[in-house]
Design a protein around this ligand. Structure first.
Ligand code: E4P
Length: 218
């Protein structure tokens, strides 16, 4: 199970890498806008920091524009994956980029039918947005189950990348369903470490030893 950080915040990425649990990063235009920095230089800076795949999204919506921006993103660094929206034009661009051996991440997937089309187009990753489906009272993790069984049934190489993660349970369920990757905000990565019994247990261990008045070496 690979864990990607869903952020364009360099400090968060640095912390996540320091903890040794971050296998890659995904960004999107909203996340980069939040940083108030230039687009391509931000993707480049992230790709230079992270040893694994870094998704940078195209801003064009027509095939020629997406192919051109995809090539420019891929030229930034070897680990850049081109993120393309799930539209007819987007999937045409994915086919061309795939033929050029450029890795792609098809984003804004909300149905098994859309995922099937992305897999047929040769996407390296398909990103179903579970949180945004839950937000409208649909079943985000049910979509992951459907897509994982589809990729298994047909032997598609496309990896299922669980996106729009809102809480640690989304990660636990992703593991149970056999998703290949999940991308999560830094806050949720930190939450994965937490359990109240871990905190209280550690406090108790340290307090008990401190009460003896002895040190580590004593
Ligand atoms: C995926 O790659 C997207 O960047 C992201 O997961 C969207 O999440 P949100 O629904 O929290 O914006």
């Amino acid at each position: 199970m690979l864990l990607f950080l869903d952020t364009a915040d360099l400090e968060e990425i640095e912390n996540g890498l320091d903890w040794g649990m971050v296998d890659g990063v995904t960004t999107n235009p909203s996340l980069i806008a939040k940083q108030g920095k230039s687009y391509l230089p931000t993707v480049k800076a992230i790709a230079e920091m992270v040893p694994g795949p870094v998704s940078g999204e195209v801003l064009a919506t027509d095939r020629e524009g997406m192919i051109d921006q995809g090539r420019r993103l891929a030229d930034l660094a070897e680990n850049v994956v081109v993120k393309v929206p799930l539209t007819p034009e987007g999937l045409v661009a994915v086919r061309t980029l795939t033929e050029e051996e450029i890795e792609t991440n098809v984003t804004l997937c909300f149905s098994p039918a859309q995922a099937m089309l992305a897999a047929k187009a040769g996407a390296t990753y398909i990103s179903p947005f579970v949180g945004r489906l839950d937000d409208i009272s649909e079943d985000g993790m049910g979509l992951i189950e459907d897509i994982v069984s589809m990729t298994d049934n047909y032997g598609f190489d496309t990896q299922v990348l669980v996106a729009s993660v809102r809480h640690p349970q989304h990660i636990v369920q992703s593991v149970q369903l056999g998703a290949h990757v999940a991308t999560l905000p830094f806050k949720i990565l930190a939450q994965l470490y937490e359990h109240p019994l871990t905190t209280s247990g550690l406090d108790r261990f340290l307090a008990d030893w401190q009460a003896t008045g002895r040190s580590f070496d004593d």
